[in-house]
Design a protein around this ligand. Structure first.
Ligand SMILES: *Cc1c(COP(=O)(O)O)cnc(C)c1O
Length: 227
């Protein structure tokens, strides 16, 4: 699908917001989006911004310092050597995609007074192009993750593979929901999965239908990215 720029950013925020239940958090994904458009989204009520790259977010945060009540979400793959920086810049890290990274974040977060909020990134179907745990691998790693007491592990994040039809997408979202319920039913002391970060511009309505609590929307708000 192509997202031409019809209407202003604020009109698109308002229009899109109406299609999402009030209880679902709308994260505006602003990779490659200039700060002027981010300000417009802010004026239209957006307080959650999602960025894929640590460095890009750092530059934008410096330019948006006058907007104090933004919640920043890291949604892109995090390299180990940027983990410290990511913890300084982001309130939420959705893209914790392996045990080693979780362990590193846990160690780095030890001195923090507020625990960083973490989502575990899963893939429901094997997809070499995507990071994340397959469900059985994640279930096997939960005991280890439960020891990472300096992290607030609160959600699952899922990105479906390209090329699925609507029924397959809905199924992938529902399986993510089922996996979250399964983990919750195990009553871990330090893992409390109550957020489902899933749904992008082309599929968020299906994700919401399957129980998403956070949708990550870029193009539907800001138009097509050039890169
Ligand atoms: C880019 C991106 C999005 C937003 O995708 P759109 O199709 O622009 O809505 C959501 N989640 C992740 C992880 C992304 O990288």
């Amino acid at each position: 699908m192509v997202y031409p720029l019809s209407g202003s950013v604020s009109e698109r925020v308002a229009r899109t917001r109406q299609t999402i239940p009030a209880s679902v958090r709308l994260i505006a994904v602003t990779k490659q989006v200039p700060v002027e458009a981010m300000r417009e989204a802010y004026e239209a009520g957006i307080r959650d911004f999602g960025e894929s790259r640590v460095q890009e977010a750092e530059g934008k945060q410096a330019q948006l310092q006058d907007l104090p009540d933004i919640t920043w979400h890291l949604i892109g793959h995090l390299q180990a050597n940027k983990a410290q920086k990511a913890l300084q810049l982001f309130h939420w890290i959705h893209s914790v995609d392996n045990l080693k990274l979780a362990q590193r974040l846990d160690r780095l977060a030890e001195p923090f007074t507020q625990k960083p909020i973490i989502c575990l990134q899963v893939k429901i179907r094997p997809d070499p192009a995507k990071y994340g745990w397959m469900a059985p691998e994640l279930l096997a790693d939960l005991a280890a993750l439960n020891e990472y007491h300096h992290l607030a592990i609160q959600g699952l994040m899922m990105i479906p593979p390209l090329g699925l039809n609507a029924a397959q997408l809905l199924d992938a979202f529902q399986q993510t929901h089922t996996l979250a319920t399964q983990i919750r039913d195990q009553n871990w002391s330090h893992i409390h999965i109550h957020e489902l970060s899933m749904g992008m511009s082309e599929d968020y309505e299906l994700a919401v239908q399957a129980g998403a609590t956070m949708v990550r929307l870029g193009r539907i708000l800001f138009g097509d990215r050039t890169l």
